[in-house]
Design a protein around this ligand. Structure first.
Ligand SMILES: NC(=O)c1ccc[n+]([C@@H]2O[C@H](COP(=O)([O-])OP(=O)(O)OC[C@H]3O[C@@H](n4cnc5c(N)ncnc54)[C@H](O)[C@@H]3O)[C@@H](O)[C@H]2O)c1
Length: 436
């Protein structure tokens, strides 16, 4: 089977490379000519563990190619995956302009039956819009080519994307016709062989399932963060609470880790989007609204925590920051809590010097006001406090004696709770964490 993936970013490139690995013939298309040129030279433009090898192997073995010509990719393919950005707009709604551009391009170029599959996270009703945009373009060419539009939301996590794609907890396929169902089932056959559960449903249900998943996970995070804040008041330990409730199988232990609040390219925008279209359909989602509010407040609380340990005043203070990406094992800084917290500290008058193992290029574009250091020790040098914002493994075993010698005063604010309060204070640090 020949397929194409339109949009060669975190989702599109992983999708393309993984299907190629399953033996499918894949063309990845993108409007970003520089990105395609780099891929053609064998460079992977993003940091995602394992992706470079996977791309290299499948290119070498002739199953994976790249193009800037969407029309050519569409025409060579039976299945067209759409994996373009769906960023948030000011009011929380979703900007569908890239999805529309792709749909119209498909309508302008398509010359035979295709299944167009939305992998981008899109509000309920988008598949119907995609159908309409394609039909308009076909009508403009006086064509009546048959096609199906399906929804196949993606649940992969950046940093673990290949494993998540190859061995997912489940695959959700939403279609409104049997032909598309049969084609997508055969495309995902390698996953049937490893007994991956497949949820076959209609298109709107698949679209909404993605938002329900992300809203629920975000809820768990805001929930434990609220309890972490209460723990700080009453002297309880939120880690023991996470264990104490997470061992209950009805609750589950994942996503109960307290921290600076969620960020990234998905949870913030997807919670705002579902809250927005829920209201538009006359069904406001009060829990999701609260989750968003709690999360924004949590980012702010982190700035307050840092300010408090620096005598309530950030002016003329230098703060070292470890970790800038929104989570470890990615270079993605979209809606990273680190960026929000750093902006808060800059507004308070602090100077910031930071280090991240993979996100330095992104950081230099997003936060030109801060100094970027060569490593964790560079970020500690002459700082009034060291703040751990993203829990990269290399920050878990710092040479603490060296850090203490480099800091102007021995203050560590650990927003991911990767160290233990007792040993840290015995090591001579003023140690602040979350909910302990
Ligand atoms: N990143 C994730 O972890 C993740 C997980 C699940 C779902 N999603 C969803 O997947 C979608 C893509 O996310 P991403 O993180 O891969 O985005 P991304 O920004 O990394 O990649 C999108 C790519 O699409 C390209 N593009 C934009 N307009 C185009 C057009 N008209 N034609 C061809 N290419 C075009 C861009 O140049 C870019 O390379 C979003 O809807 C997102 O919500 C993302």
């Amino acid at each position: 089977m020949n397929i194409c993936v339109i949009g060669t970013g975190y989702v599109g490139l992983v999708t393309g490379a993984c299907f190629a690995e399953f033996g499918v013939q894949v063309i990845c298309a993108d409007v970003d000519a520089e990105k395609i040129a780099r891929l053609e030279r064998g460079e992977v433009p993003i940091y995602e563990p394992g992706l470079e090898d996977l791309v290299e192997r499948n290119v070498r073995q002739g199953r994976l190619t790249f193009t800037t010509d969407t029309a050519e990719a569409v025409n060579a393919s039976l299945v067209v995956f759409v994996a373009v950005p769906t960023p948030p707009q000011e009011d929380g709604s979703t900007d569908l302009s890239a999805v529309e551009a792709v749909a119209r391009e498909v309508g302008r170029s398509m010359d035979g039956y295709k299944v167009i599959v939305n992998k981008s996270t899109v509000p309920v009703g988008t598949a119907a819009k995609v159908k309409g945009w394609i039909q308009e373009e076909l009508a403009a060419r006086s064509r009546s080519t048959r096609f199906s539009v399906a929804s196949n939301p993606e649940f992969l996590r950046e940093g673990a994307a290949i494993g998540d794609f190859m061995r997912p907890d489940r695959v959700v396929i939403g279609t409104d016709d049997e032909e598309a169902t049969a084609i997508l089932k055969s495309l995902y056959r390698p996953l049937y062989l490893i007994e991956t559960p497949v949820v076959l449903t209609n298109v709107v249900t698949a679209e909404l399932t993605k938002y329900a998943a992300n809203a629920f996970l975000a809820t768990k995070i805001s929930f434990i963060n609220e309890f972490a804040n209460l723990c700080e008041r009453v002297g309880a330990d939120v880690h023991d609470i996470s264990r104490g409730i997470g061992l209950d199988k009805r609750i589950g232990s994942k996503f109960l880790h307290p921290g600076p609040g969620f960020g990234g390219s998905c949870f913030p925008k997807d919670t705002r989007s579902v809250a927005h279209f829920g209201r538009e359909y006359g069904e406001g989602l009060e829990i999701v609204d609260a989750v968003i509010r709690v999360n924004e407040r949590q980012h702010q609380r982190m700035v307050e925590k840092i300010t408090a340990v620096l005598d309530g005043d950030l002016r003329d203070k230098t703060v070292g920051v470890l970790g800038l990406s929104f989570k470890p094992e990615t270079d993605d800084m979209r809606e990273s809590p680190a960026a929000v917290i750093i902006r808060g500290m800059l507004e308070g008058g602090a100077k910031v010097q930071a280090y991240d193992p993979e996100a330095m290029v992104e950081a230099s574009k997003l936060l030109p006001e801060i100094a970027l250091c060569d490593d964790a020790y560079g970020a500690s040098k002459d700082a009034d406090a060291l703040v751990i914002v993203t829990e990269w493994n290399q920050f878990r075993m710092l040479d603490l004696e060296r850090v203490r010698g480099l800091l102007r005063q021995p203050v560590i604010v650990d927003l991911r709770n990767i160290y233990e309060p007792g040993p840290m204070s015995r090591a001579g640090f003023t140690y602040v964490c979350v909910g302990r």
